[in-house]
Design a protein around this ligand. Sequence first.
Ligand code: PMP
Length: 388
Amino acid sequence: MNTFQTDAENTLEAVAAQGLYRKRRIIASPQGVHLTADGRELINFCSNDYLGLANHPDVIRAFKNAAGQYGVGSGSAHLVCGHSAAHHALEEELAEFCGRERALLFSTGYMANLGAISALVGSGDTVIEDRLNHASLIDGGLLSGARFKRYRHADLEHLTNTLAEASGKKLIVTDGVFSMDGDLAPLPAIARLAQAQDAWLLVDDAHGLGVLGEKGGGVLEHYGLDQGDVPVLVGTLGKAFGTFGAFVAGSDALIELMIQKARTYIYTTALPPAVAEATRASLRIVRAESWRRDKLKRLTARFRQGAEQIGLELMPSPSPIQPILLGDSRKASALSEALLDAGILVGAIRPPTVPQGSARLRVTLSAAHEEAQVDRLLNELDRLKSLA
Ligand code: PMP
């Protein structure tokens, strides 16, 4: 056996010994509250399809029609011959939705973050990130070649001190809603600080857009902030919008800079145009059907109240991401497995996705859930609480 093979096997054994081995499930049903996973019927509490749009008939219809009109593949990158009328219309609608001059589509949120950060800062500059930022934001900061600094989660004093030591152009980067904790960044204060220190601010609102704010304007609408406060906004389309892809929204100059400089925009195939058309349909629903956000809020409150009654440790999250903190990775895995046996799918989140000693079950709610399903989850958690 060669060295590489032995190394790989040793690494895998070590990962397994720590209870950190990751496995995929094979899903045979459409996305939704009811999933067929590995041949079993389950109630799904781990999707990011917060508004229940991934399988909405209008979105499916738009996708099918557009595949008939445009075909399946986009053929090339946007700057070659892949930028379709569907992409262009979606960009204009997303810009309007976010109250920005322009928006630019990227093929994934991961790529939007890598591309945007490394287009904005480089060698001689400083990028300053919340410690709990999503991996794509961290990787974007590292890839940029700028000095890379992290501040303690949502800690304004630490951010202020870190900013004071920064050199060159300064870019503050934060999640809007933290993906594994569900809490919100203290954005009004961060925005004030950024303005006072002449720093740029990039907010990734992957989990807030469509969900927070009366109109679904995300964390910015939640706080009453506008584009002057957060010049660079990243949104993803695979969560509340129920489709796929991502965008950066901001000023005309920002978007032109992205088109000229963001390597993950320039050197990759554009999204299928049918995905853009499907997203136009889902954006119409996101805007028109505020009842989905209202229902999601009610379900979230119901879950929190019930979980607190059982005595589970929740986090200070106002979003549909509702982690149950367990600490130990094996405990998180055991509870997730026991829920699975009861027909409920909730993901166990373990290091390195979250810090050591903070393994958790990440419950996510969707407007497609019914109260009875939330109650069933709570009943099972009550029954299994000795594992927590
Ligand atoms: N940002 C955040 C905060 C995320 O949670 C995610 C995905 N989970 C991404 C970016 C990446 O988006 P995508 O899945 O479109 O690559």
